[in-house]
Design a protein around this ligand. Structure first.
Ligand code: CP
Length: 309
């Protein structure tokens, strides 16, 4: 029997495996009809104990476009978690019904526990402020499609770098590529956690911290904006003080490169003015589309399904 693969952290996959996922995601776009029924009779469960629009719906759209079926819940309150059922018992049960599970949970490490309780592949669709590896796959596909490479670029990460799990996963992924430099743009209270800084140091990548977006703008090839994560703050006062630390607008973009790629995992609140949406450098809705393509490739990979040549 082949080994069950899960995706808990982006580093569960090698660079070569990520290259293969990107290749398949592009093949899905180029040869869509070849994939229409490829997951017939396969079922995906989306178990979302926390709110989501893009991740849950793109997973569901991905499985439906592959000819499979989806079931699940979009809030803990509509599952037996509301009656006190443990994550372990929920996963063990759902594993009896489906072929693959994508789950989001507010507790860091919940997907690791889940993976120990079932024999179907578990995909971490976000665990607390920890990791969000399928967002990272989405980001890598977006960067590859926009820049044509994943190497030799300066990436500015801006906003809530403390609680922003997409940032942590993206750094972990990008430190494995040549010539990557990071500029971490955040207020002091929302800086990247030390363990992430250690990982950058251990990988020998160049990085620096700045507080003002204007101090970095002209150097960036990618600007990755993030939302201040209200749901992870201990008090509302701090959130209100920090929530509008950065608002990207057309005026600030005057200092940016012509081929800057502006990304955001979304949802946005105030951190990118709506006027930026029509700038050709704005890629965040394209990024959301890439999320569906890479999740299609991921489902196929974890189920061990390949299209016939
Ligand atoms: N990017 C992202 O995770 O969005 P959702 O919270 O809407 O899934």
């Amino acid at each position: 029997m082949s080994e069950i693969r899960n995706l808990i952290n982006i580093t569960d996959f090698t660079v070569e495996e990520i290259d293969e996922l990107i290749r398949v995601a592009d093949d899905i776009v180029a040869n869509h009809s070849a994939y229409e029924n490829i997951c017939a009779h396969k079922k995906l469960a989306t178990l979302f104990f926390e709110p989501s629009t893009r991740t849950r719906l793109s997973f569901e759209a991905a499985m439906l476009e592959l000819g499979g079926s989806v079931l699940g819940f979009s809030e803990a309150g509509s599952s037996s978690a509301a009656k006190g059922e443990s994550v372990s018992d929920t996963i063990r049960t759902v594993g009896c019904y489906v072929d693959i599970i994508a789950m989001r949970h507010p507790k860091e490490g919940a997907p690791v526990v889940a993976a120990q309780r079932t024999t179907v592949p578990i995909i971490n669709a976000g665990d607390g402020g920890h990791f969000h590896p399928t967002q990272t796959l989405t980001d890598l596909l977006t960067i590859k499609r926009k820049k044509g490479r994943l190497t030799n670029m300066t990436i500015g990460l801006c906003g809530d770098l403390k609680f922003g799990r997409t940032v942590h996963s993206l750094i972990e992924a990008m430190i494995r590529y040549e010539g990557i430099r990071f500029v971490l743009i955040s207020p002091q209270e929302l800086q990247v956690p030390d363990y992430v800084k250690d990982e950058m140091d251990n990988a020998g990548v160049e990085w620096k911290e700045v507080e003002k977006l204007e101090d970095a703008m002209g150097d960036l090839d990618i600007l990755y904006m993030t939302r201040v994560q209200r749901e992870r703050f201990f008090n509302e006062e701090d959130y209100v003080r920090l929530k509008d630390s950065y608002i990207l607008d057309l005026e600030k973009l005057k200092a940016a490169k012509e081929d800057l790629t502006i990304m955001h995992p979304l949802p946005r609140v105030n951190e990118i003015a709506v006027e930026v949406d029509d700038d050709p450098r704005a890629c965040y809705f394209f990024q959301a589309l890439c999320g569906k393509h890479i999740r299609m490739a991921l489902i196929l990979y974890l189920l061990g399904i390949r299209r016939e040549a």
